[in-house]
Design a protein. Structure first.
Lengths: 364, 364
C-alpha cells in the first residue's frame, strides 16, 4: 500500500511517497524532472542493488551516474568537489535534476550539491535506509562534515519529492536497520506518546521488518517531522526538538571519527543521555527515562558512550555543536514521553554526571 | 551626504548605506551584529588600507580576521575551504557574523561561506570597489568559480546590510574604478535612459571621482538593482536582465582564465557584443549600439574580445553559462537604451558575426 505525506512549506512544498515499489514507479518521478538532464548520485553499495530499477523509472531521460565510496567518512568537501567536477564535465546546466539514491550520506551530500550547483538545482531524494527515510531525506537539511564537526558545512534545500521505497529494507543490513529504529523512536519521544507505546509493544514485530508495519512507522515519522519542519523550515525555533539526543550523539560521532558508530546508534546513546539528564534535572520521571532505554535495548542498540571518552572530552566536543548559541549549550530535554523542550538551563553537575561513562547510566 | 537604499524582500529585506565615511560609522553596524563573534574576511590589498578603520567601527566585539590573497583566481573552493577551516579553528558558532571587506571576490566568497557555514550565518558586506558597491554586494548572489566556469558553485544568501563607503574610491586603482563604471552604465542601458544620458554627458566628470557624483551614481545603480531583485530574488525571471552583457563577458573571462580582464572590463566587451547582436537582429537601432560603445570607450574600457578567441571557442564557452536553459542560449537583448528583454530567439548567423573578433565591431 502506498502512503503519501505532504510537507507543507510556504514556497516549495513537496510530497513524500512511501511504500513497496515506489522507486520503480515512473509516474512518481516524472512530474519532478524539469529539464532533459538527470544525474544520479549513489554509492558503491547501493548502486548495484537499485540503480537499474531506478534508471527504468527515470525513463527516456539522459542520465549520468556518479558513484561515491560508501561511508560517513566520505561525506566531505572533497567528495562534494568531486561531484561538482563530474557535473561540470558532463556539462549539466541549471535545469538539471539530481537524484540521491542511498542513505543519509548520499542524501546529505547530494542535497548540498543540489543547493549550490549553479546556485541551486532540482533534487529528488530516494532514501535507501530507514534512517534516511524518516530523517535525513525529509526537511531540506543538507551538509557535509568538517574534520572539526559533523554537518558543519551545508545549506537548506528542499527536495522536489521524496521516494521512500519500503522494499529496500530487505537488503538493508540489520545493524543499519536497527540504527534507523532509533530515529523512529525519537519521533515518539518528542511528539507522540501513543506512537512510542506502539513501538514499545511492537518489539520483535518491528525487528522482523514487516513491510506494512514499516510503511506505517515511516509514514508516522514523516508526518511528525513534516509537521515540525512546516512550522520552522530554517530551524529558528521549534525544529530544534528534532535534535533530541543529537548534541550528545554528534559529540560521540566526532570523537570516534564517524567510524565506530552508525549515526542512529550514536543518537540512541544520545537519547539515553538526554533522558538521563532530564531525569537528573528533575523534569522527567526516572521510569520514563528507563522506558526509553529499555526500548532501545530491545532494538539491540548501544545505550552508553564508550568508556574511554571522559566527561571533559565529551563536554568540549558538545561545545562545537551547531546548537551552541553564544557559548551557551542548548539541549532538548524530555518532560514526558511525547513532550520535549529546548533548554538553556543545564545544570553543570547533572550534565557532568550524565557525561561520566562509568556512571550508573550504563549499568541497568 | 549619506544615502540609504532599502532592498525590499519578503523575509529578509536590508538597507544599503552609501556615502563617504560609512565604514567608520559604528551605528550602521551595531544593529546587525547578532552574537558575540565576528569574523572579517578581507584580502592582502584591502586589509592594510581599511581594516583598522573597520575594526574601530565594530567596537567591543571579539573579531577574528582572515586575509585572502588578492585576485579572481583565488575565488575557488580551496579558498572557501580555507575560510571554513579558519572559522572552525576559531570556534565560531551559528550566531557569528561574517563581514566581507573587499571587492567582488571577497564579497562573493565570504557570502558563500556565510550561506553554508553551519547552514547559514549573518553577513555584512563592506564593498571596497565600485563594481562591488553597485553589483556583487547587492542582491544576495554568492559564489566561487569552478575551473570550468565562473560562479558555478554558490547560493543565494542576503546580507544583513551593505555599507558602501564612497571614500574608498580614492585608493581604488583607476583600472578597477573604470571597470566599475561599466556596471554602472549597465543600469542605464537596462532600465533608465535618463541615467544613461547623464553618464554619457558626465564624461570626464565621472572619471575625476567626485564623491557626490559617485554617491549618486552608486545610489541610482543600487536602486535599480534593488528594484529588480525585490521582484525576483531567486532569478527565475526578471532578474536575468541584470545579466546584460554577462554571458559574453563570462565566456571571455573563462577563456582568459580570469587573468587578462577585470570583470567589469569583460562585461564592457560583453555589453558591446550584446548591443551589436541586438542591432544585427534588428531590434536596436545601430546608433544606439554605437552610443553604448562610445560611452564605454570614453571610460577607456575595452570594447572587443581578444582577436585570438575564435567564434567557435567563444560560442562553446557561452554554452557553459548558467543562463543556458536545456541547451538553448538565452541572451539579454537591447530594445532601446533603458529597455532590454531576455530572448531565446538568437539568430545563428547574427551571433556568429558578433562573435567574430575580426569583425567591424572592433574597428570604429
Amino acid at each position: 500500500m502506498m502512503h503519501r505525506v505532504d510537507v507543507l512549506l510556504d514556497e516549495h512544498g513537496y510530497p513524500i511517497h512511501i511504500g513497496p515499489g515506489a522507486m520503480s514507479n515512473q509516474q512518481l518521478f516524472e512530474p519532478h524532472l524539469s529539464g532533459s538532464q538527470v544525474a544520479v548520485i549513489s554509492n558503491e553499495t547501493v548502486a548495484p542493488l537499485y540503480l537499474d530499477e531506478l534508471l527504468k523509472a527515470l525513463g527516456e531521460t539522459e542520465v549520468d551516474v556518479f558513484t561515491l565510496p560508501d561511508g560517513e567518512r566520505h561525506k566531505t568537501l572533497e567528495s562534494y568537489s568531486a561531484i561538482m567536477d563530474f557535473l561540470m564535465a558532463k556539462r549539466h546546466n541549471r535545469s538539471t535534476t539530481l537524484v540521491a539514491l542511498g542513505g543519509g550520506v548520499v542524501g546529505d551530500i547530494t542535497g548540498f550539491v543540489a543547493a549550490t550547483f549553479q546556485r541551486g538545482v532540482g533534487l529528488i531524494q530516494v532514501p535507501t535506509t530507514l534512517l534516511a527515510q524518516v530523517d535525513s531525506a525529509v526537511g531540506g537539511k543538507t551538509a557535509v562534515n568538517h574534520p572539526g564537526g559533523k554537518n558543519m558545512i551545508g545549506a537548506f534545500h528542499q527536495p522536489r519529492c521524496v521516494i521512500a521505497d519500503s522494499a529496500v529494507f530487505a537488503t538493508l543490513p540489520d545493524r543499519e536497520y536497527r540504527a534507523g529504529l532509533a530515529e523512529v523512536l525519537k519521533y515518539g519521544v518528542i511528539a507522540d506518546a501513543e506512537f512510542f507505546a506502539w513501538m514499545e509493544a511492537a518489539g520483535d514485530g518491528l525487528l522482523n521488518k514487516n513491510p506494512d508495519t514499516l510503511a506505517w512507522a515511516v509514514r508516522r515519522s514523516c508526518e511528525i517531522k513534516a509537521g515540525v519542519v512546516a512550522q520552522d523550515e530554517r530551524e529558528t525555533g521549534l525544529r530544534a526538538i528534532l535534535n533530541f539526543g543529537h548534541t550528545f550523539g554528534h559529540a560521540i560521532e566526532t570523537l570516534t571519527n564517524y567510524r565506530r558508530f552508525l549515526h542512529g546508534e550514536a543518537v540512541a546513546i544520545g537519547m539515553v543521555m538526554a533522558a538521563d539528564l532530564s531525569a537528573r534535572q528533575g523534569c522527567l520521571p526516572l521510569e520514563d527515562a528507563q522506558r526509553i532505554k529499555t526500548v532501545l535495548q530491545s532494538f539491540e542498540l548501544p545505550v552508553c558512550p564508550p568508556a574511554e571518552l571522559s566527561d571533559d572530552v565529551l563536554h568540549r566536543a558538545m561545545g562545537m555543536d551547531k546548537k551552541v548559541v553564544d557559548g551557551r549549550l542548548r539541549l532538548v530535554l524530555v518532560e514526558a514521553i511525547g513532550q520535549v523542550a529546548v533548554s538553556e538551563e543545564i545544570d553543570a553537575s547533572a550534565l557532568n554526571a550524565t557525561l561520566n561513562a562509568a556512571d550508573a547510566l550504563c549499568d541497568g
